[in-house]
Structures are given as C-alpha cells and as structure tokens.
Design a protein around this ligand. Structure first.
Ligand code: PGA
Length: 252
C-alpha cells in the first residue's frame, strides 16, 4: 500500500513572517488527518522558522533544492547536511523551473539525488515534458529520459525512499491541468519504466505524485487514479484553506 503524499511547493513566495502565518494557518486547518502524508516546502530562508513551528506536528518539512557538496567555497549554495540539521525531511530535485532557468540537467539532478540520500533526506524528483514535446508526441521519450537519467546508478533500497513527481510543464501555473486520464497514462508509463530499471515490486512501491495546476476541485479525480499517489502543489499551496482542502480531498 502506497501512502498518498501531498506536498506544497511554495517556490519563491513568502517572507519568513508570511511563512510563519501560512504554517500557523495550516496547523489550524489540519488538526487531524490520516492516511495521507503532508509536506510543505518553503524557501530556504523560512525553513528554520517553519521547522520550529512544525516540531511535534505531523506536517513534514521539505526544501526546494540542495547542492551536492557537503560544504566548501560554493557561494550561494545550501548543502544536504545543512538542510538535515534544520529538521528537513524531503527535498524537491530537478523541478522544471530549475531545469528551464538554472541549467539543471539529468546529470546534476542525479548528483543532487545522491547527495540528498547520503544526508538522510527523502528526494522528490521531478520529471515531465513541455508543450512542444507533448505536441510532437515525444512525451514518453522525454519522461523516460528524465526518469532514466535522473535515477542513474541508484540502488533499489534508495529508490524506495524516493518520490517521483510527474509535472507536465504545460500544466504548471497555467490553470491547464492534465486530465486524470492523461496523467494516469504517464504515471503508468513511469511505473513500467521503474520496473524495467529496478524490478516490479520496487516499481509498485514507489510513490508518483502529479503536479500542475492541482487545486481542491480536481484533487479527488486525480488521486483516485491507480498510479497517482498524491500531488505536488504550487499556487494552491500558498493559502492555508486551499492547501488544506486539497489534503482533505485526497482519495486515500
Ligand atoms: P502549480 O505548480 O500547482 O502552480 O501549477 C506546481 C509545481 O510547479 O510544482
């Protein structure tokens, strides 16, 4: 049985004070939830304050990126070791915005993934095609390339700790969600790819989230699909009520 996982990716939104307000609101809205894992991923600057607020709470803390070295002369970077020391549990890796604007490739995703695992962090690895790739019928090729390249050299044991997020780039922040059938088709394909890279039991155990304009209204239909194990939520995670509604509408 795969436990559904709903993660909020706050991207570059929220000052520390605003992050405190949002998490306080979430704690009020989500007093009791079961059968679903909930994660919030604030910007680096707010991790410390949010970590304090989440002490003893079921909501888990995630970061949005990490660098692969432990420490050193890497101006502007944050290491897995530093994140772990703040009580971070999850880390998003290879988000399409990082692939698009910051030169992230499958190779650098793979390095970050290994660094996350080496530091005891649980990775959420993002994959997904853009509009042009979908329209030229290259979705499966692109997704296979992202999955295979990003996960290169991983053990089965590490794969079981890793979450995949399928995020079609054309659905991110656009209000254009993939239909449940479109998403399910790619999720099934990702699971088949995992089975060929690892084995069927490993593929069956890995959680695959959908991301791209998820909101409370489409959560139930998406999360009812057999291979969709939750959601990575951007815009709708920035308000306590809309994020809490997504958690509540997740089909267990
Ligand atoms: P969105 O973002 O929910 O605003 O489309 C999703 C994401 O980028 O993870």
């Amino acid at each position: 049985m795969r436990t559904k996982i709903i993660a909020g990716n706050w991207k570059m939104y929220k000052t520390v004070q605003e992050a405190i307000e949002l998490v306080s609101g979430l704690k009020r809205e989500l007093t009791a939830f079961s059968g679903v894992e909930v994660v919030v991923c604030p910007p680096f600057l707010a991790l410390d304050a949010v970590s304090d607020l989440l002490t003893g709470h079921e909501i888990k803390l995630g970061a949005q990126n990490l660098f692969w070295e432990k420490e050193g002369a890497f101006t502007g970077e944050v290491s897995g070791h530093m994140l772990k020391s703040l009580g971070v549990t999850y880390v998003i890796i290879g988000h399409s915005e990082r692939r698009q604007y910051f030169g992230e490739t499958n190779e650098t995703v793979n390095k970050r993934l290994k660094a996350a695992l080496a530091n005891g962090l649980l990775p959420i690895v993002c994959v997904g095609e853009n509009l042009q790739e979908r329209e030229s019928n290259r979705t499966f090729d692109v997704v296979r390339d992202h999955v295979t390249g990003s996960l290169a050299g991983m053990s089965k044991e590490d794969m079981l700790k890793t979450v995949i997020a399928y995020e079609p780039v054309w659905a991110i922040g656009t209000g254009k969600t993939a239909t449940a059938a479109q998403a399910q088709e790619v999720h099934r394909f990702i699971r088949q790819t995992l089975a060929s890279l690892f084995d069927q039991p490993t593929a069956n155990a890995v959680r695959i989230q959908y991301g791209g304009s998820v909101k409370s209204e489409n959560t139930a239909e998406l999360t009812a699909q057999p291979d969709i194990d939750g959601a990575l939520v951007g815009g709708a995670s920035l308000k306590a009520d809309s994020f809490a509604a997504i958690v509540k509408n997740t089909v267990k």
